[in-house]
Design a protein around this ligand. Sequence first.
Ligand code: FES
Length: 168
Amino acid sequence: MSKRNVSRRQFLNYTLTGVGGFMAAGILMPMVRFAIDPVLKASASGGFIATSQKVSELTAEPIRVDYTFDQIDGWYESQVTNTAWVYKADDGNIVALSPVCKHLGCTVAWNTDKEHPEQFFCPCHMGRYEKSGVNVPGTPPSKPLDVYETQVKDGILYLGLLKPHKGA
Ligand code: FES
């Protein structure tokens, strides 16, 4: 059996190297994870998000439908609630419109302007849109409201990506 002598200097070198490496890993690992975490997470974009809206309850009258989803912004994760104006068109198709005004981004509401009933109205600069989402000429918005992709699963409305209005 060979006897190896470790000098005091070697012992200190080994010990300090081990402790230093352990501490460096403890500091660096969270930083590395912090930097690359969003890259490693699967993106939910392109997916449809369930609302609580039963499709059987939709009528020709636009109603406000809220939906909530997890948003990952870099390393920050939060719950976001958005809104769509949803109704059944004459052909039976579901129409889901963005409430964001195409003028300067205020929120439009259905049928709130007494002088122009049955239209979407933006109170910020009196912007108006037809029920289809097409902007009324002569009012500030220069484009129609964006349109959500929609899906129906088990009688529940799902909303997808926002797309430019086809009437644009
Ligand atoms: S922001 Fe809607 S009309 Fe200006």
